[in-house]
Design a protein around this ligand. Structure first.
Ligand code: GDP
Ligand code: MN
Length: 389
């Protein structure tokens, strides 16, 4: 799960990570109030969206007086911001972080990620932080240093020191950065992050400040952190994905024309490959999971049917823990409640398959049965050809 920069900075303050003074505003009045509280110009206006690259996309503005603040806030709020990281559809700006503008001497990059190949959290840093960090990492990877954090003993102070002292020359600032790194690690661990990034960590005359803040969280651990789960801004996410999460469906929107409903993540991925190999493109990944109920199947179908990109639907089920009759019952209920206009290919095998077939046969649903993977993919592609010709 992603959260906004202003929310990440609230969490930073809890963990004694220095941030610039500032607050979020959702309207011009609020922005003016925050400006008054800070009491000094210039200020920075930062569009709050679930994507980076805002500096390059016009989402970060430095304003030098009230008039400029009014113009910029009015233009930003309600706009759709497109940055190198949002894709062409952009993200809506409903909130702006209004902050004191600090005088930056240098911009440093600090990040922590879960490195699956190393089976640990890895700390990364670069003295060449700021908006071009991706280019630095690609063109001069030696300028990014990293430190593997042993999960058994956690981040040790000597590691934080090693990184901090390699980033800056001033021992005072290095000590401050070292403490900041240890605090960031504590936050990462205690709050079950999957990613934490400070880019830039700004060096100023007053020391180091987290000028930007990005935190992602492990969805599977959110039940331990209701206060963080409540921070989710659904306006920033694909509406179908938000809907799917409400029913605990593992759904990811893709941009092909074949809607897929599958049980099991491995089977779902195999089906996506197969659709591709047969010359079509999947419209989504949808694993309804072993514990899927009739309701979950029905809602999964509703999501597929409300996706305008879906032209054909493939249902591929190997009944194990999810029984075929449960699946069929979900489809039958879906057919009663909303129109299923795309042609349907169904492959059912496994537990209670005969009961499942009987339910489908009496459901009034119009569908084509497939036998096995290759047959299913071929039938889907044939239907697509028929639709387009
Ligand atoms: P991102 O592009 O979405 O990652 O947004 P950032 O928060 O990292 O801001 C982008 C850039 O704006 C930073 O790298 C800074 O150069 C600049 N910036 C942000 N806040 C301030 C500030 O308080 N003062 C100054 N001078 N520049 C800032
Ligand atoms: Mn940034």
């Amino acid at each position: 799960m992603k959260i906004h920069e202003y929310q990440a900075k609230e969490l930073f303050r809890r963990y004694n990570i220095p941030t610039p003074q500032g607050k979020v505003a959702r309207g011009l009045d609020e922005a003016l109030k925050v400006a008054e509280e800070i009491g000094i110009f210039p200020l920075v206006l930062k569009a709050q969206i679930h994507a980076g690259g805002r500096g390059q996309g016009g989402g970060i503005r430095i304003v030098k007086d009230i008039d400029e603040l009014k113009t910029c806030v009015t233009a930003m709020l309600g706009s759709n911001l497109i940055t190198p990281q949002t894709g062409p559809e952009g993200r809506p700006v409903h909130a702006i972080l209004v902050e004191e503008a600090l005088k930056i001497q240098r911009e440093i990059y600090l990040g922590m990620v879960i490195d699956r190949s190393q089976e640990c959290i890895t700390l990364m840093a670069s003295s060449e932080g700021g908006m071009d960090i991706e280019r630095v990492a690609a063109e001069s990877p030696e300028k990014v240093i990293s430190e593997r954090i042993d999960p058994g003993v956690g981040l040790r102070p000597f590691q934080a020191n090693r990184v901090a002292f390699s980033l800056v020359n001033s021992p005072m600032v290095a000590r401050q950065i070292s403490a900041l790194i240890l605090n960031l690690y504590r936050l990462f661990n205690e709050l079950d992050c999957s990613l934490a990034e400070i880019n830039p960590l700004a060096i100023t005359e007053q020391g180091a400040f987290a000028l930007d803040a990005k935190l992602n969280f492990d969805d599977n651990a959110l039940f331990r952190h209701p206060d963080i789960a409540a921070m989710w801004d659904t306006a920033q996410e694909s509406p179908l994905e938000v809907e799917a999460s409400r029913y605990r469906l593992n759904y990811i929107k893709l941009h092909g024309e074949v809607g897929c409903l599958v049980n099991g993540a491995g089977l779902a991925m195999a089906i996506l490959d197969l659709i591709k190999m047969a010359g079509a493109n999947p419209a989504n990944f949808l694993d309804v999971g072993g514990g899927a109920t009739v309701e979950m199947i029905k809602q999964g179908m509703r999501i597929l049917c409300s996706d305008p990109e879906v032209k054909v639907i493939l249902i591929y089920i190997f009944g194990g823990i999810l029984r075929c009759d449960t699946l069929a019952e979900g489809l039958a209920q879906a057919a009663k409640e909303f129109p299923i206009t795309s042609p349907l290919v169904i492959r059912l095998e496994g537990t209670n398959v005969e009961q499942g077939r009987a339910i489908l046969a009496n459901s009034g649903l119009c569908y084509i049965e497939a036998k096995g993977m290759t047959d299913a993919a071929a039938k889907v592609v044939e239907l697509l050809h028929n639709i387009s010709s």
